[in-house]
Design a protein around this ligand. Sequence first.
Ligand SMILES: Cc1cc2nc3c(=O)[nH]c(=O)nc-3n(C[C@H](O)[C@H](O)[C@H](O)COP(=O)(O)OP(=O)(O)OC[C@H]3O[C@@H](n4cnc5c(N)ncnc54)[C@H](O)[C@@H]3O)c2cc1C
Length: 395
Amino acid sequence: MAGLQALVARGDQIRALGTRHSFNELADGPGDLVSLAGLPPAMDVDSTAGTVRVAAGVRYAELARHLDEKGFALPNLGSLPHISVAGACATATHGSGVGNGCLSTAVSRLELVTADGDLVTVGRDAAHFPGMVVGLGALGIVVSLTLDLVPSFDMRQRVYEGLPLDVLDDHFEELVTAAYSVCLFTDWRSPALTQVWIIERADEPESLVVKEPWFTASPATRPLHPVSGFSAASCTEQLGVTGRWYERLPHFRPDFEPSSAGDELHSEYMVARRDAVPALRALDAIRTSISPVSQICEVRTVAADDLWMSPFYQEDSVSIHFTWIADTEAVLPVVALVEERLAPFRARPHWAKIFTTPPSLLRSRYERASDFHDLVRVWDPAGKFGNSFLDRYLS
Ligand SMILES: Cc1cc2nc3c(=O)[nH]c(=O)nc-3n(C[C@H](O)[C@H](O)[C@H](O)COP(=O)(O)OP(=O)(O)OC[C@H]3O[C@@H](n4cnc5c(N)ncnc54)[C@H](O)[C@@H]3O)c2cc1C
């Protein structure tokens, strides 16, 4: 730790790196890039408080197993367990579920190396704490995070195929509130959800939705990958088999290559949950432009939070994610078109994925952006942790 503190103190430009799963220049820097993967992978569970203090570079896959052994769980996980806890929380990484906030909402304390090399701890009792959690790497090098835990639980997930998009007009809320975590997929090749993933806690009653007359999707009879034609071997177990929370909440298994479908680009937009259906309708109107460059689109829900730079700030949201083919030239015009169609819904892009939203428009969609800018100036007056991405979008 002393070595890291000295490095930060004497450096001019330095940024923390997580597991490098971001798709834009957020994680780049003009100077040194520091990975914390080599620091001891501490995971100290406080069973009385129901918290864990975890080293920044630990990946969710390792953390989840450790927590489960101690009888604890995290309320939610992203689709991929290979990402670092600090990197995920710095960008408001999320899973799905109307009652589940993004992963950053579990953070109750941060320990970070600040611009002058000091090791500082900030907790929820600090007024500016909500500005620090989704910190985009701009406030310092986070070395540990304390996360709130819940008792460990079992889950089962079932996949259903082929739900017409029309059904969402009247039943979107029923569908997304049907289970702890519901994920909707479409390839935009037809006006239908190609797959609906219903991920339930084993201690909750089975979803009634699957018995409703309007729920015309058919239960999958074999495990499926969200992208048609890809092997489901990389996916977490389906077909209603009960397993631990960390074996069901992510879509992908920790022992497989950390990519959903080989080379790809990602974009994702968050809109208010009440706007989900019109936003999906707006995208359906351009599906012939989307489908040639998209591998899959996933729709999830995320609960509102109070974290200043979270795209879910004070808004129960729906996230609309695109896995694109790995052809930036072909994809960018479609990204711009998607943004144009989602503009009436004030769509906020995922910080770590590809977007073309102009900086002034992006800032206007974050009511605490100027507070965050002021906070960064206090913690890092010389811009030691800055980069061109932050300059462009936040100053
Ligand atoms: C296949 C795939 C699936 C994904 N699935 C999801 C998903 O389900 N939901 C979702 O929301 N996102 C998803 N993402 C996006 C991913 O969660 C984010 O890109 C996340 O930030 C990656 O974390 P990382 O550790 O790789 O961080 P990096 O990409 O290495 O860094 C991201 C940011 O975090 C900062 N950072 C990292 N470590 C620290 C630290 N110690 N201190 C301070 N700042 C730090 C960096 O400076 C940078 O600004 C996915 C990405 C991929 C490739």
